[in-house]
Design a protein around this ligand. Sequence first.
Ligand SMILES: [Zn+2]
Length: 238
Amino acid sequence: MANFATHVGVAAVVSTMTATAYLATGRIDSYEALVLSVIGTLGGILPDIDAGHARPLRIIFVGFYALVAFSLVQQGAGSLSILEMWLLLIMLYIVFQYVLLDIFKRSTVHRGIYHSILMAVFMGLLFTSISHAWFQFPAHYAWLSGFFLGLGFIVHLLLDELYSVDFNGRRLKKSFGTAFKLINPKQWQHNVLLIALIVVLLQYTPPTWQFKRIVWNPATYEKMGQGFFPKQWPWEKL
Ligand SMILES: [Zn+2]
């Protein structure tokens, strides 16, 4: 399995390169490209939240706490006193740190459902819905955010798989095939639950037409192709 630093590094490079390519087509601006790169990098550590005490789990939980706390503050501002807000935030932290994290740790198996393409789709859709409903991202940008989160997630799975090839001994390690898989072949009930959740989530995702105009549009890639190589190579200037 690839280590934490490798996952962060590769996910950051891949998502920044992808965001740059879209930026060059003029379909997104530079601020959006930056945020999408960060989201893609987060996606790259997300699958290892099932690894028990590992750092990714804590980072993801703190990140998630921050998101919920942020929307709480946004909704409570004006109607609640500072003291009430503080108490709420502390209570929320205790719930996250000592209740949810504990339940989560007990209920997950490393390299189970969290290392699957089905989970990547679910996480992408979940993030699309959350960023639209809570952070008020416009529809196309919410979809792009979910898309980048899923992209980082898939990069993680591929990296884990790549690391299960022992290049020196030219053989496959035992872990081969446990990371990049469509579903979890061992616990079918997890797959059924996840598919059901995806169907529910699809009711809450914003309209897709603007997103499709960017990502599903041949014109975008034509433009990317045109801007891929320099107009003039350095030696042509000589
Ligand atoms: Zn992993």
